[in-house]
Design a protein around this ligand. Structure first.
Ligand code: MLT
Length: 267
């Protein structure tokens, strides 16, 4: 666990291992701990970096609106702070995927490969964006518990709910520990994120698209479409997992990542 001061702002991040960089961006409203299975596995052969994105974990909370573009710029600032200038393997889950798209938009030269876990390329519908704005207003009054209540049922798959109920408890504690202002600011930012559907065909880096077969937030049909639209996309579906496949079925996810990363000319 590392803490950095970057331009007067506090940043929490994990930085383990040596070699080519594997940078992992967590989902909402979680933190870098969601990658613990991947950090311990891949730190044997990569330099694995997992930041807490703005407002989450141990990183500074910003009120108002935090856009996906701002989060991508934050990630680049962290790489600068760590003096990493070679192109990175960038993975993002759900919101982390939205940030990864923005990283490609802003810093294509810093990207070697993309790993997209349980994420979406489309923007929000008006209805979804309105619901996010509503949650943003309510959470600052009522606290993070309401975010936990609305998100938890959808975060993990039905199989994991049966086989690993403890994970729900852990996720609940994580969400309760996330600052309500950060939840609000991030919801507002996600509500105005860019629609990437038309740009997928221009993302010419090797890309692994991973989806839990029971994901109800970014379902397999949608993620298969993303993989097809990416010029070098390859799709892997994870059995018995929902939206948080890397936490629910770490071995299957690590194997898929290993195969993808180990193949220099993938796919
Ligand atoms: C996430 O897991 O990051 C969220 O489901 C993203 C979202 O709310 O769109």
């Amino acid at each position: 666990m590392n803490i950095a001061k970057i331009e007067q702002e506090t940043w929490g991040y994990t930085d383990q291992g040596e070699g080519e960089v594997l940078l992992l961006l967590h989902g909402f409203p979680l933190n870098r701990n969601m990658w613990h299975h991947q950090v311990s596995y891949f730190a044997n052969s990569y330099r694995v970096i997992a930041p807490d994105l703005r407002g989450h974990g141990e990183t500074i909370v910003t009120h108002g609106t935090v856009t996906m573009a701002e989060m991508a710029a934050d990630v680049a600032r962290l790489l600068d702070f760590l003096r990493i200038d070679q192109p990175v393997n960038l993975g993002g889950l759900s919101m982390g995927g939205y940030v990864a798209w923005e990283f490609w938009n802003q810093f294509p030269e810093r990207l070697k490969r993309l790993l997209l876990f349980d994420t979406r390329a489309v923007a929000d519908t008006e209805q979804v964006a309105r619901a996010r704005q509503m949650m943003a207003s309510q959470v600052v009054v009522n606290g993070s518990a309401m975010a936990a209540e609305s998100m938890l049922p959808k975060l993990i798959g039905e199989t994991t709910k049966q086989t690993n109920p403890q994970l729900l408890e852990t996720l609940q504690q994580t969400i309760l520990g996330t600052d309500p202002q950060a939840i609000a600011a991030t919801q507002r930012g996600m509500a105005i994120r860019k629609d990437m559907s038309e740009e997928l065909s221009q993302i010419a880096v090797p890309a692994l698209v991973v989806c839990g077969e029971q994901d109800v937030i970014s379902p397999p049909e949608e993620m298969t479409g993303i993989a097809k639209a990416l010029p070098l996309g390859q799709y892997v579906e994870i059995a018995h997992a929902g939206h948080l496949a890397p936490l629910e079925q770490p071995k299957a996810v690590n194997d898929a990542m290993d195969t993808f990363l180990g193949n220099e000319f993938s796919p």
